[in-house]
Write a protein that binds this ligand. Structure first.
Ligand SMILES: C[S@@+](CC[C@H](N)C(=O)[O-])C[C@H]1O[C@@H](n2cnc3c(N)ncnc32)[C@H](O)[C@@H]1O
Length: 285
């Protein structure tokens, strides 16, 4: 009995030790490779950064993205970086450029940094580590926040814009001149049940929608006259929702803006446009 108990405690000790170690691990999200200054400017322009913005750069290197956001675009913000010397260099540059009141750089693990204050979040990290951030960004960032990634996409997030350039500066970095910038908007969370008021051309009376969401992709179905009609081409980008429903041998293209938990928009079928709206409901369809 004692032997069994000792064995169980030893096993528990191993799990706890492993758990503590795991919590201390830092995933290396990539070596220090600065974004060329022209790409920094293009990233910030694409995100339309302005004085009202708080820019956070995850893996901030010498601080150039946040420094440029403050100096050229009037924003404020911070960067986190695991390399001490780079953090010191970035804070010294902020001081020297008179930006220390608006920007700061901290030695921290980007995977453990609270990013909820960002209105713009920038990334230049290895591709698999960009993907590791997808759930964290959805959980912490406010809907509508702009996310800009240099070279590597957030797979499963639909970009608002993708810019493709050829830059000689990138040859020594990545062995190719190809440079990509992806711009995203954090989607509203629209998963769940909705009751929609639609034009008679779609259906007489309200219809129930059940939406499933994976990042910016929407799946699910409408319940129309007792029949399950799957939604197709579903997407939520920032607050812009869109999907199609095929009823009465017609495809209806729905678009809406999600505002304060309700959706307002237009539905288009064979060139005819009409208003529709939807509210969250507790009824399963
Ligand atoms: C490719 S550089 C990008 C630097 C800067 N963002 C830019 O675009 O010029 C990636 C940076 O992330 C830092 N980094 C890697 N893993 C990190 C982690 N877990 N936490 C914080 N910084 C990290 C690296 O030290 C490196 O400076």
């Amino acid at each position: 009995m004692h032997k069994i108990l000792r064995g169980l405690l030893a096993a528990l000790g191993t799990v706890l030790a492993f758990g503590t170690q795991a919590a201390d691990w830092t995933i290396n999200a990539g070596p220090y490779v600065p974004s060329p200054q022209s790409v920094v400017a293009d990233m910030l322009k694409l995100a339309q950064v302005g004085p009202q913005d708080t820019v956070i750069d995850l893996g901030s290197g010498d601080g150039r993205i946040v420094l440029t956001a403050a100096k050229v675009f009037g924003a404020r913000g911070f960067g986190v970086e695991i390399k001490d010397d780079l953090v010191k260099q970035a804070n010294a540059a902020a001081q020297a450029q008179g930006l220390a009141a608006r920007v700061r750089f901290m030695k921290a693990d980007l995977f453990k940094t609270d990013v909820s204050q960002a209105t713009v979040l920038t990334l230049y990290l290895l591709p698999h580590t960009v993907d590791l951030l997808r759930d964290k960004l959805i959980a912490e960032l406010k809907p509508g926040t702009r996310v800009i990634s240099h070279d590597y996409p957030l797979n499963g997030w639909h970009p608002i814009k993708t810019v493709h350039m050829d830059l000689d500066d990138k040859l020594p970095i990545s062995g190719t001149t190809t440079t990509l910038i992806f711009l995203y908007r954090v989607p509203e969370n629209v998963a769940g049940h909705w009751r929609a008021t639609v034009p008679a051309s779609v259906h007489t009376g309200p219809i129930d929608l059940e939406l499933e969401q994976k990042y910016t992709e929407l799946l699910g179905a409408a319940r129309i006259a007792g029949e399950r009609v799957p939604i197709a081409d579903g997407r939520i980008v920032g607050r812009k929702l869109s999907f199609t429903l095929s009823t009465r041998n017609r495809t209806h293209a729905f678009e809406a803006d999600v505002i304060n938990g309700a959706a307002y928009g237009v539905v288009n079928a064979a060139g005819q446009r009409a208003a529709w709206r939807a509210n969250r409901s507790t009824t399963a369809n």
